[in-house]
Design a protein around this ligand. Structure first.
Ligand code: NIG
Ligand code: FE
Length: 412
């Protein structure tokens, strides 16, 4: 059955334009429509522009109450299927211990691995759904979700099955990534675990078609560049596209590795080198920046967003939502940090939080902008224009959220 919807009484529509990631100066060129409407047909955007009432009779009318429409946010880096929280570690960090010190004393990722292994698949499904609802209320319509707190065949598969099951009922479209190479499990350090990822975990994930991407944490405290490359090449051979946690706590040459492997994204990049910036600028690998992680770790060090954009890289923004280093689902918070701390413009941040995130997930032809032909993933803000997304900080301006043309969240 065909359905149609007219979204009218909009104060503004603000959106990047395109079906691929935008790089450099193009990130700033968003389209701003005043006095316009959006027509949605069968879950897709059919028309954006001035109202032409006589042209097409539309059965359903949606009053946007002078709000602003922006594309649904695309959060292309999250660690959603976890169990247990780490608020006491957070409190220790507030007393002066560092994230890496806590991780070295059996806290950090290892404590979430213990809680996640002890959880049932259904508990993880419930956790993912609860977080997806919060994300949706904050305007996210598509999110990547990683495993990486199982670190063995059974528990990595359990996390990925939980993402798949949650996706059936989730207001947010979920895209799964296998991050078995997140850390070494306590029972198997070094090459033995890398062998297990390559010989057992990735083949099992691929057999059940549980992931689209394969990720690895290349860092002095985690996997070496060589180990990371081995895992990502093994994933690639099984049809899983690489993404990479790169240069988060030290320059590990991760950005250049991501570019060499033609990875979908290189993420974090707080310690990226000049060489890494040049490599990403020349590549189609999206530089995925996660400023909420710097903020939450109380670091003065943010990724060099200006240098990356000015060099011509495709830059996206994500939450990194996880219980240790970034406990937030809010993409507008991330945009506020991107502008106020990393000196991105509001227009660049909007492109980074929508179309460029979609590009890193291979979905830029489907979502990430308000244009005829794309899925109707649209957020209506309680704001007269898009600048309020950053200007009016610390509150949730999201009023209504459409995914595939259906209302999935109504915040106020
Ligand atoms: O992206 N870098 C590694 N992984 C996460 C942190 C995960 C955790 O602390 O549980 C990150 O920051
Ligand atoms: Fe992460």
């Amino acid at each position: 059955m065909s359905s149609a919807l007219l979204i009218r009484n909009l104060s503004q529509i603000a959106t990047p334009i395109g079906r691929a990631g935008l790089r450099g100066a193009a990130m700033r060129k968003i389209a701003v429509h005043e006095k316009s409407v959006i027509v949605v047909r069968d879950g897709r955007i059919d028309y954006v522009g001035p109202e032409r009432r006589t042209d097409f009779p539309i059965p359903e009318d949606f009053d946007a109450k002078r709000g602003t429409a922006v594309p649904g946010f695309v959060d292309s880096h999250t660690h959603l299927p976890w169990a247990g929280f780490r608020e006491s570690e957070f409190n220790r960090r507030l007393q002066g211990e560092s994230y890496e010190e806590i991780a070295a004393s059996d806290g950090g990722i290892a404590s979430t691995v213990r809680a996640t292994r002890a959880a049932t698949e259904q508990q993880l499904v419930d956790n993912v759904l609860q977080r997806a609802q919060t994300m949706s209320r904050h305007g996210t319509t598509t999110a990547e979700a990683k495993s990486g707190y199982g670190l063995n065949v059974v528990d990595e598969i359990k996390q990925l099955r939980a993402i798949r099951a949650a996706n059936e009922n989730s207001p947010v479209r979920l895209v799964p990534t296998c991050l078995a190479a997140h850390d070494f499990p306590p029972e198997s350090r070094g090459t033995a675990y890398v062998d297990q990822i390559v010989d057992e975990i990735l083949p099992a994930v691929s057999r059940e078609k549980l992931a689209v991407f394969c990720d690895a944490f290349v860092e002095r405290s985690a996997f070496s560049r060589e180990q990371g490359e081995r895992v990502l090449r093994a994933g690639l051979a099984l049809g899983l596209r690489p993404r990479l946690h790169a240069d988060e706590f030290s320059d590990s040459d991760g950005a250049a590795l991501a570019a060499t492997l033609e990875a979908a994204s290189a993420d974090h990049l707080m310690h990226i080198s000049e060489k890494g910036i040049a490599a990403l600028a020349k590549s189609n690998t999206v530089a995925n920046l996660l400023p909420a992680t710097s903020f939450f770790l109380m670091s003065q060090r943010y990724a060099p967003a200006r240098a990356l954009i000015d060099a011509g890289a495709i830059v996206s923004l994500s939450t990194d939502c996880n219980p240790g280093s970034s406990m937030t689902e809010s993409m507008s918070m991330v945009m506020q940090l991107a502008t106020l701390q990393m000196k991105m413009t509001v227009e660049e941040s909007l492109t980074a939080a929508t179309l460029n995130g979609a590009a890193s997930l291979g979905l830029a032809y489907e979502t990430g902008s308000i244009e005829a032909g794309k899925r109707a993933d649209i957020v209506l803000l309680d704001a007269p224009n898009y600048l309020h997304l950053v200007y009016h900080f610390g509150v949730n301006l999201v009023r209504d959220v459409f995914r595939d043309g259906t209302i999935v969240a109504r915040s106020r």
